[in-house]
Design a binder for this molecule. Structure first.
Ligand code: NAG
Ligand code: NAG
Ligand code: NAG
Ligand code: NAG
Ligand code: NAG
Length: 502
């Protein structure tokens, strides 16, 4: 089965069965009758349930806090001096909690043992046809708004202590709840908010930056045309992070899919199709439990620019931590941030920008060239990082992004090979292709360190297609001395002329 057909299957489940029920969606939306002070205190129509899970039994709903019944707060052992996490699930085919719920609850308690972790149960409304469940987000959002407002009023519970986490449709539930509460919830985390039906919807129907003091969002499955994308494509928070470009996550490819089907059988199909979508949750869990392996994301205009290594700056809040420890930077416009990750937990990788200038006497251009790079540092080695460089051409500077899952420490040496095409092209047959290279500049995203690497032997080296490895070592010339020389030139000549040697 091709990737395409799996996709179609998913949408089949999602929509095709159910287009008719779109006519029903208006029924599900609440009628907006006037008195805004009283509806939020009317608990008679609340259908969602609020289960206080415990660290001991994170997998079971043992105790529900019921709005309007203050004794249930004490009865469930709600800790009024602790912070509270409210977890909201999304659409479900099976009508049961998905396996991530217990994982997230456990991770929250592992990180914050004193906290209250509540799970919102709206399973009955979440197992309808997708468009019906999508429309129900309005009612569930109202339920959640009533619940947190009541809890706050009942206990004089500080709003700053409430952090709502919503996955898929649950992210929009969180947004609607935040929009309806009179005072702002302190933080909403949107975990791959659902796309279909929401991409073009207004701020009141979706998660948006107005819904909490701070809204952070992870986008992990945003493939296809906007309203058909499982995850919403546009930014909907203060900080919107797109791991691996946001479209598709490593480890979720067809090969893994086939292997999972082979080992686990077809009833896991559901899990497999959602791999990238659900990755948003596992990235957040990772940030809770692997504190010493904190992933960093970098602000960038486009994912193409990011993939060229052009966005590894941390100046002026251009980088931020992914997940629990995010810095709550609120700019007027949503900020798009990117990072690469590993295919499994811990997800952290180290990012590097590599720049080099290619000289030649002949005009030549090569498209999509395979390159392998080895990084050697004070702590370790990352060997044979394979990548495809979009273009190599005469007298131009190339820049690309490299990642290493190994923490190599301070970079000392770099080895590079320009590989042969996998097929025999005519041009590489009758002429040897090569460029001259003098040095490399490398910037490390995680440490913000920059360094220049020069040819190990001699002054300049031939980078030959299908040829030998070329080796660069960290040069004495560091960024500070380069700046000094630039300042010196500025003083001497009154302008900073372009360095032809990059
Ligand atoms: C429309 O909603 C009603 C009640 O809310 C339900 O009984 C009916 O099955 C729904 N129709 C469709 C097509 O979902
Ligand atoms: C709304 O309800 C509250 C209490 O139920 C009442 O005090 C208030 O006057 C009502 N407001 C309006 C505009 O009806
Ligand atoms: C509470 O809501 C229900 C259902 O929407 C409605 O029938 C009832 O009249 C409301 N009660 C009050 C006191 O407003
Ligand atoms: C590339 O630049 C070098 C000097 O920097 C020059 O000698 C060479 O002719 C240029 N190559 C081409 C193809 O223009
Ligand atoms: C290389 O190309 C540039 C611009 O396309 C041209 O100006 C230059 O003369 C060419 N150099 C050689 C050596 O062909």
């Amino acid at each position: 089965m091709g990737k395409q057909s799996i996709y179609i299957l998913f949408f089949g489940v999602c929509f095709i069965k159910t287009c008719a029920s779109f006519s029903n969606t208006t029924e599900a939306t609440p009628s907006s009758t006037g008195n805004t002070t009283s509806w939020i205190e009317n608990f008679s129509d609340i259908e969602s349930k609020f289960s206080l899970r415990t660290a001991d039994t994170p997998d079971e709903d043992m105790c529900y806090i019921i709005p309007g019944q203050p004794d249930t707060i004490a009865g469930c052992d709600f800790k009024r001096d602790s912070q509270t996490f409210v977890v909201i699930h999304g659409w479900t085919v099976t009508g049961m909690y998905e396996s991530w719920v217990v994982k997230l609850v456990k991770a929250l308690y592992e990180r914050e043992p004193a906290a209250n972790v509540l799970v919102v149960d709206w399973l009955a409304r979440a197992q309808q046809h997708y468009p019906t469940s999508a429309a129900y987000t309005k009612l569930v959002g109202r339920d959640v708004a009533k619940f947190v407002s009541w809890l706050q009023a009942e206990l004089k519970y500080p709003w700053e202590k409430i952090h709502v986490l919503g996955y898929s449709l649950g992210a929009h539930v969180a947004g609607i709840a935040g929009f309806l509460t009179k005072q702002r919830i302190s933080r909403i985390t949107g975990l791959d908010p659902a796309g279909p039906g929401f991409e073009y919807a207004d701020d009141q129907s979706t998660l948006s930056p107005d819904d909490a003091e701070f809204v952070d969002v992870l986008h992990t499955n945003t493939r296809g045309s906007p309203d058909r994308s499982i995850g919403i494509q546009r930014p909907v928070g203060h900080v919107d992070i797109y791991p691996n470009g946001g479209t598709f996550q490593p480890g979720c490819d067809l090969q893994n899919t086939v292997m999972m089907i082979a080992t686990s059988g077809f009833h896991y199909m559901d899990q497999i199709v959602k791999c990238s979508h659900e990755r948003s949750i596992h990235l957040f869990i990772d940030s809770l439990v692997n504190q010493e392996k904190q992933s960093l994301a970098f602000r960038c205009g486009t994912k193409e620019a990011f993939n060229n290594g052009l966005c590894l700056s941390c100046r002026k809040n251009r980088c931020n931590k992914l997940g629990y420890e995010v810095s709550k930077v609120r700019s007027r416009r949503s900020v798009r941030m990117f990072l690469k990750t590993r295919e499994a937990m811990p997800f952290k990788v180290f990012h590097y920008q590599v720049k080099l200038h290619l000289f030649s006497q002949q005009n030549q251009t090569f498209i999509e060239q395979p390159i392998k790079i080895t990084l050697l540092g004070t702590n370790g080695v990352k060997e044979d990082i394979a990548l495809v460089v979009p273009q190599l051409s005469t007298n131009s500077t190339i820049s690309f992004l490299l990642t290493s899952d190994v923490d190599i420490g301070d970079l000392l040496m770099v080895k590079m090979v320009w590989e042969k095409d996998s097929f025999l092209s005519l041009s590489s047959w009758w002429s040897s292709s090569s460029f001259l290279v003098r040095k490399m500049r490398i910037k490390a995203g995680e440490t913000q360190a920059r360094a220049v690497f020069t040819v190990k032997q001699g002054d300049i080296v031939h980078l030959v297609k299908g040829g030998e490895e070329i080796v660069f070592v960290k040069s004495e010339e560091d960024e500070a001395s380069r700046k000094q020389r630039r300042m010196h030139r500025l003083k001497m000549y009154g302008s900073s002329f372009k360095q032809s040697t990059m």
